[in-house]
Design a protein around this ligand. Sequence first.
Ligand code: GRF
Length: 226
Amino acid sequence: MNTSSVAPLPIVILISGRGSNLQAIIDRTAAGELPVEIRAVISNRPSAAGLQLAGKAGLETRVIDHTGYADRETFDEALQACIDSYQPALVVLAGFMRILTPGFVEHYRGRMLNIHPSLLPDFPGLNTHQRALDAGHREVGASVHFVTEDTDGGPVLMQARVAVREDDTADSLAARVLEQEHCMYPLAIRWFAEQRLRLDSTGQAVLDGERLTEPVLLTPQSGATC
Ligand code: GRF
């Protein structure tokens, strides 16, 4: 879908590593399918491979190295100052591996999204696919949610599900889930940019004026497809 009639939403993307979700957002934007202006890509790790991807796409990159700060508060203050200098309407966490302080989260309430590789509320935190396998789950997936103080615990707005096969490993599952992430995250960001999606004053996700009682599933039936 071409979205040229919608004013591009200024966004800042935070990464810590590989940057494949970042690349998906870059690609969809370049294809005219995502009405955003990526004002900067910020990493807390100087070696994050995603910084090279951003550079190749001609985007502004910044590094705020967390190891140079005494504590979470001072790091988050520096990060916030850097983000705010770009005046984004949305902050996109794309593999940003930091626990955020309450003040930082509050500052971006309703305008910060994260993608997590599990069917939340199952498996917040790390090693999600191995934990799902160990627990005998037959289905895994990924979730896009608004960020709240509760790490990986904010209201989930979209999910993609992937069936577990007999011979799956954590790596093979991660690869199939990642494909879904690359479809789902740009779509969720597009809905936010089109003002279809917001967080209401009670902390619930709202889509097209209706409170989401459960996440939208990435399926043709739900209208959420790539
Ligand atoms: C993704 O699996 C994402 O769900 C999680 O971190 C990973 C980031 O991968 N939050 P990439 O850096 O986007 O390739």
